[in-house]
Structures are given as structure tokens and as C-alpha cells.
Design a protein. Structure first.
Length: 822
């Protein structure tokens, strides 16, 4: 086994600077998808604070109204603090995840009566969310108290600066260091200590936001820059704490007290507690913002001492501009992996959407290497895999093109999860296993790595034999609780489907719901094992076994069910083989009857966050089978059209992601070209409501990147559907191969950039040429083509081609049933 030394990623040559003259970070709009209220959360639950790529520390302000999954909402809500960690775009608890150890600035108050509690200190922003601005690596806002808040950060540390209004007479400024308030108010115990050197150390146990467990986090704040002892001006400090649990919002402030400690209770504790620091402020003028307090922070999951070490190691010098510039440079490096050679002439909105989406697609998962509280390992540790169900479709395939070095580390974190728990993690977040939504969708992620980088695995430091074993174990074994990790393989292997109303004799537990959608995802997971087995030259019997199992999705097809004039739908099934009927529109956006469509036992529909209407299209590895079951190309196309026109499409949720592209399989890439534009221009935009659903750890962001580039990845395969891009050219750079591949759209027509391209506009792909050789198919290319270096030319025109994808036998994208993916 070879390990790649840590730190290699940042020191490897990243190849040519593709946009040397351009400042791509300036094109990122961090506020897309931060509006309130849509889809059971904000219009995206986007996190607009300061963070480096794959950061553990995600520093941002929190508001006091929910839903606020990422702490922030672009509205007029009062601010309760600036806290150290957040999720990006997730669903889960509507109060949010993390939001731990917030700071809050209070101006001139009398020390023992300062309004330190969450309720008392909540303060409006000067102009609501118009007071906020951010660029990659930097966030700022202005409160009505006249206090400006700024943040910048590294992977596990950073700086937070408060600039107080100046007074003509000397005054005092205060900072609250809050021990207990995470976004969920779920404090279960912890402690805070203050040293006279102006160092505050904290530890706290809180509930995870999507699961049943708790986690313990640590932080360290320094308020004295050793290089500038005179600038600090700490004149007084103490603690505040609730007078009692029954009166949590009445506090006592105790000057000179240096510590508070609350034993772990197992219940959430409603108290208020923390530290209060007073800084002396010299007289100034109203114009001179001379009165600042800067805090350096570190976070950790190991100990508060480690949090201090993280701060000292990552921000050794309190040089704000250097920290911010280093963060910006890391982002520039990520963003320039997709370059626009013709940037000045591209549509400005598309450019903003592209770079804002590339940004969000690299915020998570979080690199928590050296911060794993549970086992020690030479491998990278990643968290905020929230959830693989969300990110396997687009985020990981995007990483596979542009970011193999980071991706290899993330894949290693998945494999290491199996190594230490027996199963591939599915939804690890806040360091703990979260709920399983459908399949164990780390499987298509690992399968994708095997098919794309299996031959380079040792170079990338991934023990590929372990990766394969992780896939097999997750495909074969049934954990004691498959609701938190793994799959209900007992049922899947015994029946070839997931039976409804069946008591598992193995004693394995889980919520026996979502039977049909779980089975459809299990089939894709088994396809991923099959693909890995082929790529890694595993035994013929493994290949045959998983090929066979991956086709078992057909066992949920009930040909007798009709809806809207179409026959045959995926349905639940009893152990005796009889189908259990659910209306195909149940749990669709136009479901006429209220149903529970999530995880609970009250989900009696059989589908998770999707309908039978939609999931009946989900077999990305054998779409020809679906077309056959649906009665052929023409019925399939008509049925897909009806799916869109009736409103079964749900732009904001993952099961819908593939749908605009499905016409490719029925030889109609022309319809896909129109659908992709319709979806992008109907549902996405650069406003705060510009994401149609939760961003889901960058899943929607990566989807939009693919739509813009005219690509859609087929899970666990080296195939990408190709279409009509929204930019005239782009270059993707692959770090490992040090290749640049330029895709040029011949006859690119900017008038097609609309929900409905005008008649006669050149929206349809006519031919695809890779390094001078015209391809038989205009519907797909190989991943090797997009990372292989050189030139891909997509010619577009006003008329759809007469022979669909092309006339060769393999012009259509692959399907297992047709002998594809050989
Ligand atoms: C993750 O953290 C490790 C340990 O500091 C570091 O070596 C690696 O470069 C980091 N990777 C990314 C993508 O930040
Ligand atoms: C990457 O390729 C560029 C030319 O495209 C070359 O200048 C550079 O030296 C290469 N870097 C490495 C590490 O091979
Ligand atoms: C990049 O653009 C931002 C926003 O326009 C600007 O603040 C920053 O100084 C620029 N940085 C560089 C290195 O040009
Ligand atoms: C600051 O607060 C103190 C105590 O409440 C008060 O005496 C003083 O006037 C205040 N100073 C200013 C500038 O408001
Ligand atoms: C919470 O934390 C405690 C102490 O670390 C631990 O014993 C317990 O198992 C955790 N989980 C839950 C669900 O309480
Ligand atoms: C800090 O202030 C003291 C007292 O005013 C002064 O003697 C000393 O030179 C100052 N130190 C620095 C580094 O400015
Ligand atoms: C600080 O105050 C709390 C609450 O009054 C008390 O329990 C604790 O012992 C004090 N700590 C110190 C170091 O005095
Ligand atoms: C899978 O294997 C079983 C048992 O050999 C067989 O009955 C079934 O037809 C196979 N399914 C497919 C799709 O080949
Ligand atoms: C199969 O089981 C279901 C549920 O118990 C029952 O309604 C149905 O009649 C059974 N079918 C047959 C053919 O026995
Ligand atoms: C598909 O829809 C078209 C247009 O509505 C219609 O003419 C055609 O008959 C339909 N095809 C089938 C097989 O139903």
C-alpha cells in the first residue's frame, strides 16, 4: 500500500494558468440560493460566508428566523452571531446544522448588564441583507448598531474582525463568546475557560442535524495579537450564565470569573452561557474606524488545545490581507480548472452561474484530515458527505473531470469509513452517520472512481483492492440498522426486489419504507460494483453476479398500472410477488392527496422524495430496458414530454436531475437540447432565489455546471451524455494528467440562451469531433475524451439531425441490456 504524503495537493504543479489575466473569484456570487422559504428551507440553503475549498471552518452570520439550514437567510432577520461552522445547501433540520460558538459584538454597555443572551443581543443589519457582501474567502456585514463584522479563514482557523463606531470620548466595546447556542439550540454540555492573555477555549456537545446522534466540537479564540500587544485593550472579562434552567434567558454576569462547565446531560440544555470581554476604545472621530477588535479562531473535533494549535499553525501571523488572499488564491486555483477562452464574449449571466456553481460545488465535503475523533488513520478524513444520495449524481462526476487529487482523498475517506465501520458511509455529517435516504449511494461514487482512475489508483494513493472490497461488503452484508448505513441486502438478495410488509428474519432493522425507490437505487449500486469488477479485472463470476442483480429493477415494474394514458409503472411488491398499488402521481409535485414522502413509517407510497411517475425512469445503466417496458421510443418520448407538461418534474430535487437528458436514449438529442434550456432558464438564476431547491452540498451547483457545459454524467461509467452547451467554448484542465481539453461550439448561437430558443436558432447538435475525428454518436462521449487533452468540436445548427444520435450500432448511449458498458 502506498500513501500519498499529505500536503501534496497544494504543492503539485497545477498546470498552465488557464485564466492568468482573469480574476475568476470576482465572478462568483455567493448569495445565489440564499433566499428564504422555498422547498421547506431557503431557496437553496446556500452558505455565503468565508471558507476555503473543502473547508472545515465555514464562518458566517446566523439569523434568528428559521428555516435557516446554513444559518444565513438573505432577508431582514436579526443577526444572532457569527459562528464557525456551517453546512452548505443541505436539507435536514430546518433550524440548521452547526452554527457553533458564535461571537457577538456589543457596543458601550455597563459590563454586568450587557445584553449578552441570544434574545437580547439579536440585532438587525443596517439595510437588511443588502448590508452583506462576500467574495470567495471573505464576508462582511453592518449591524444597525454601526458595528461592522468581517471574516476570512483557512481550513480550520481564521480571523473575525469587529469595527466599532468611533466616539469623540473614550468608551468601551464588548464581545460575547457564546458557549451554548448552535443553530438548533441543542447544547448538551460543555465548558468555557478564559485566560487573562485573552485566550478563550470552548468545548460543547450538540445534536447532529440529520441523524440521531450528538457530536462534540472545540474552539479557541485569541483576542490579543502577540505582535501588537497594545492594540488589544482588553480591560475586563467574565462569564455570563442563566440564573436557572427554568429561567434560561435571565442571566448573571460574573466579572473576573474564568470558567464555566456543564456536565453532559443527554438532554438539550436551554441555558445561556458564555464569556463577556470588554475592550477599551480610544476617542476617535465619527469618520475614523479606529476602534477594532480582531479575534483569531481555530476549530477542532479533537480538543480545545488542538483548536488553539490549529489557529497558531494556520494563522501564525495576524495578517488579514494575507489570509484573505491565500483563500482567494485557493479558489482561483479551483475555478480555473474550467476556463472560458472566450470569456469576454460569453453571456454574462451564464458566466456568473458557471463560476458561482463551480464555487459551491467545491465547498463540501469538508476536509477534516487530522480531525477524526474516532480512529487514527493515514488516510484523509472527510465529513459533510450530506448525503451521498444527493452528490453521487453530479458533484463526484465533476470532481472526476477537474479535481482527481481532491477526489482521490475524498474516495479514500469513503473507503476508510468502510475499513473502520464495515460499510461505505452514506450521509456522514457532524462526524456522525446520518440517515440513509435510498441506496448506499457511496457505491456509485466508488464505482465511478474505479472505472475512471482504477489504473492510476496507486499513484493517487487509493488502495484499490480495499475500494473493491468496500463495494462488495456494502453490496452483500446487511448492517444491524440499515436506516443509518448500508442496505437491506437480506431482502434484495432473497427476493430480487424489496418486499413490502416483510419482517427481516436476520433481525436487521431499519424503516421498511421507500421499498421501490430503494430497490431502484440498489440496482444502480450493484451496477457500480459490476463496473468496478470489470475495470479492475475481478472474477467473471463477480461480474456476472452484479450484472444480473443490477437488472433486478425490472422486478418492480407492474405492467398493469396505468396513469395519464401510459401503461406500466414501478410499484411496491409483497413477498408473495403481488404488487402493492400506489397511485403513480403520489408524492409528485401535483399529488392531489397528501402523502408522507420521506423516510418515516408513514411513507406508504414506496418512493422517497419522488413519485412512481418519476422513478419509473430511473435505471441510468439500462435505459433501453425502460424504453422497452414503456413501449418503445415514441411512447417513451411522449411519456417524458407528458412528465414535464403535467408537472411531475421537480427541478429542485435529485431524482429529477437526469430527466431533461433522457430523450438521448430514445434517439432524440434535439428534444434534450430544448429541455435543458427550458429547465435552466425556468428554474435557475443569479438572484437569491436562483436555485430551485436545496443546493444539497453542491449537487444543484454541479448539475448546473453540467447543463452549461452540455454534458450529463452516467453514474459509475466512463460515459457522458453530450449536448448543446450554453457557452461558445470552454477548457477543462485535469490535474493528474496535466491535460487541457477545449470544447468549442461551432456556429454557437447566443440567441438560444432562453427557455424557448427562437425558431431557426442554432440549438441542435449536428456533429461531434474529437481531435479531428468525427464521432459516430452526437449523443455521448467518453470521459477519456473530456480529460484526454486536445480539442472537441460540437457543431450546432438550426435543424435537428434526421438520424438522431447517429446511424452506428452504438450511437445511442449505452445500456446494459443492449450489451453496453462492455
Ligand atoms: C486536506 O487536509 C490535508 C491535511 O492538512 C492536506 O494535506 C490536504 O491538502 C487538504 N486537501 C484539501 C483539498 O484541502
Ligand atoms: C503541464 O503541461 C504544461 C503544458 O501544457 C507544461 O508546461 C507543464 O510543465 C506540465 N506540468 C507538469 C507537472 O508536467
Ligand atoms: C479580484 O476581484 C475582486 C473583486 O472585484 C477584487 O476585490 C480583488 O482585488 C481582485 N483581486 C485580484 C488579485 O485582482
Ligand atoms: C458608555 O457606557 C457608560 C456606562 O453605561 C456610560 O457612562 C457612558 O456615558 C457611555 N459612553 C458613551 C460614549 O456612550
Ligand atoms: C451523545 O454523547 C454521549 C457522550 O459523549 C454518548 O455517550 C452518547 O452515546 C451520544 N449519543 C447520543 C444519541 O446521546
Ligand atoms: C505599548 O504601550 C506602552 C505604554 O504606552 C509603550 O511603552 C510601548 O512602547 C508600546 N509598545 C508597542 C509595541 O507599541
Ligand atoms: C464561575 O461562575 C460559576 C457560576 O457562578 C461558578 O459555578 C464557577 O465556579 C465560577 N468559576 C470560577 C473559576 O470562579
Ligand atoms: C439473474 O439470475 C437469475 C438466477 O440465475 C435468473 O433467474 C435471472 O433471469 C437473471 N436475471 C437477469 C436479468 O439476467
Ligand atoms: C399477496 O399478499 C398480499 C398482502 O398480504 C395479499 O393482499 C395478496 O392477496 C396476496 N396475493 C396472493 C396471490 O396470494
Ligand atoms: C406521440 O405524440 C405525438 C404527438 O402528440 C402523436 O402524434 C403520436 O401519435 C404519439 N405516439 C404514440 C405512439 O402514442
Amino acid at each position: 500500500m502506498r500513501f500519498r504524503p499529505t500536503g501534496l495537493i497544494l504543492t503539485l504543479s497545477l498546470g498552465p494558468a488557464l485564466n492568468a489575466a482573469t480574476n475568476l473569484t470576482s465572478l462568483v456570487n455567493l448569495f445565489i440560493g440564499t433566499s428564504s422559504g422555498a422547498n421547506g428551507g431557503s431557496g437553496g440553503n446556500g452558505f455565503p460566508g468565508a471558507a476555503v475549498p473543502h473547508a472545515m471552518a465555514k464562518v458566517g452570520i446566523d439569523v434568528n428566523t428559521a428555516p435557516r439550514q446554513a444559518g444565513y437567510i438573505a432577508d431582514d432577520s436579526p443577526v444572532t452571531g457569527i459562528s464557525l461552522m456551517h453546512d452548505e445547501g443541505t436539507g435536514g433540520n430546518t433550524d440548521g446544522g452547526y452554527g457553533i460558538f458564535p461571537l457577538f459584538p456589543l457596543g458601550n454597555c455597563s459590563f454586568t448588564s450587557c445584553p449578552a443572551t441570544l434574545q437580547a443581543r439579536s440585532t438587525l443589519r443596517q439595510f437588511g441583507s443588502a448590508s452583506d457582501s462576500a467574495t470567495p474567502g471573505y464576508f462582511t456585514t453592518m449591524l444597525i448598531s454601526g458595528i461592522q463584522i468581517e471574516a476570512t479563514s483557512t481550513r480550520r482557523a481564521g480571523l473575525i474582525r469587529f469595527t466599532f463606531p468611533a466616539f469623540t470620548a473614550p468608551t468601551t466595546n464588548h464581545i460575547v463568546v457564546d458557549l451554548v447556542d448552535d443553530l438548533q439550540r441543542s447544547f448538551q454540555g460543555g465548558s468555557i475557560s478564559i485566560s487573562p492573555s485573552a485566550r478563550v477555549m470552548l468545548s460543547g456537545t450538540f445534536l447532529q442535524s440529520y441523524g440521531t446522534d450528538n457530536y462534540t466540537a472545540y474552539a479557541c479564540y485569541d483576542f490579543a495579537d502577540p505582535a501588537q500587544p497594545n492594540a488589544t485593550r482588553l480591560v475586563q472579562f467574565g462569564t455570563y450564565q442563566s440564573t436557572s434552567v427554568s429561567s434560561p434567558n435571565t442571566i448573571t454576569i460574573t466579572p473576573f470569573n474564568t470558567s464555566l462547565s456543564y456536565p453532559f446531560t443527554g438532554n438539550t440544555n436551554p441555558i445561556q452561557a458564555g464569556a463577556l470581554l470588554e475592550f477599551d476604545a480610544p476617542a476617535g472621530t465619527a469618520e475614523s474606524f479606529s476602534s477594532t477588535v480582531t479575534a483569531r479562531f481555530g476549530v477542532s473535533f479533537i480538543s480545545s488545545e488542538q483548536a488553539c494549535l490549529n489557529a497558531e499553525a494556520e494563522v501564525p501571523v495576524w495578517d488579514w490581507d494575507a489570509v484573505q488572499e491565500a483563500s482567494r488564491a485557493q479558489w482561483e486555483n479551483v475555478l480555473e480548472r474550467v476556463a472560458l477562452p472566450n470569456l469576454e464574449n460569453e453571456d454574462a449571466t451564464v458566466v456568473e452561474l458557471l463560476y458561482s456553481s463551480l464555487y459551491r460545488a467545491s465547498l463540501v465535503p469538508a476536509n477534516m484530515t487530522e480531525e477524526n475523533p474516532y480512529w487514527s488513520s493515514p488516510y484523509a478524513f472527510y465529513d459533510a458527505m450530506f448525503c451521498s444520495w444527493d452528490v453521487f449524481r453530479t458533484v463526484h462526476p465533476l470532481l472526476s473531470i477537474t479535481s482527481p487529487l481532491e477526489w482521490a482523498d475524498i474516495v479514500n475517506a469513503y473507503v476508510d469509513g468502510w475499513r473502520h465501520t464495515g460499510y461505505i458511509p452514506e450521509c456522514r455529517a457532524n462526524t456522525k452517520a446520518g440517515y440513509v435516504q435510498g441506496g448506499s449511494d457511496g457505491m456509485p461514487i466508488l464505482g465511478d472512481f474505479a472505472v475512471k482512475y482504477g489504473a492510476h489508483a496507486s499513484e493517487l494513493g487509493v488502495p484499490i483492492g480495499d475500494l473493491y472490497q468496500a463495494l462488495v461488503d456494502t453490496a452483500e452484508n446487511t448492517p444491524s440498522n440499515w436506516y443509518m448505513v448500508g442496505r437491506q441486502n437480506t431482502a434484495w438478495i432473497t427476493f430480487g426486489y424489496i418486499p413490502t410488509d416483510w419482517v427481516d428474519p436476520s433481525g436487521a432493522m431499519g424503516l421498511p419504507t421507500r421499498e421501490a425507490s430503494r430497490a431502484l437505487e440498489y440496482a444502480v449500486g450493484d451496477f457500480a460494483v459490476r463496473q468496478a469488477a470489470v475495470a479492475l479485472d475481478e472474477s467473471a463470476s463477480d461480474i456476472a453476479k452484479y450484472t444480473n442483480r443490477s437488472m433486478n429493477f425490472v422486478n418492480h415494474w407492474d405492467p398493469t398500472v396505468s396513469s395519464d394514458g401510459y401503461n406500466g409503472f414501478m410499484q411496491r411488491r409483497y413477498p408473495n410477488g403481488t404488487f402493492a398499488f400506489s397511485p403513480p402521481d403520489a408524492c409528485s409535485p401535483i399529488d392531489p392527496t397528501p402523502h408522507s414522502c420521506v423516510r418515516g413509517t408513514d411513507n406508504d407510497v414506496g418512493f422517497y422524495e419522488s413519485s412512481s411517475w418519476e422513478m419509473s425512469f430511473f435505471a441510468p445503466h439500462s435505459m433501453s430496458t425502460i424504453i422497452r417496458l414503456m413501449g418503445g421510443d415514441e411512447l417513451f418520448v411522449n411519456r417524458t414530454n407528458l412528465y414535464f407538461s403535467m408537472g411531475y418534474f421537480s427541478a429542485g430535487n435529485e431524482p429529477s436531475f437526469q430527466m431533461p437528458w433522457m430523450y438521448h436514449y430514445a434517439n432524440r438529442p434535439d428534444v434534450s437540447a430544448l429541455r435543458v434550456r427550458q429547465v435552466v432558464y425556468t428554474f435557475f438564476g443569479t438572484g437569491i432565489g436562483g436555485i430551485p431547491g436545496n443546493d444539497d452540498s453542491g449537487a444543484m451547483a454541479a448539475l448546473l455546471v453540467f447543463h452549461i457545459l452540455g454534458l450529463y454524467p452516467v453514474p459509475a461509467s466512463r460515459q457522458l451524455l453530450i449536448g448543446s452547451p450554453l457557452v461558445s467554448s470552454y477548457t477543462v484542465h485535469n490535474q493528474l494528467f496535466n491535460t487541457s481539453t477545449t470544447v468549442t461550439v461551432q456556429n454557437f448561437d447566443a440567441t438560444t440562451l432562453a427557455a424557448t430558443p427562437p425558431a431557426g436558432s442554432q440549438v441542435y447538435v449536428q456533429s461531434v469531433t474529437v481531435n479531428g475525428v468525427q464521432r459516430d454518436s452526437i449523443c455521448w462521449i467518453a470521459w477519456d475524451d473530456i480529460v484526454g487533452g486536445g480539442e472537441i468540436v460540437i457543431a450546432v445548427g438550426a435543424d435537428p439531425t434526421t438520424d438522431g444520435c447517429g446511424s452506428a450500432p452504438d450511437s445511442r448511449p449505452s445500456s446494459l441490456e443492449q450489451g453496453g458498458f462492455a
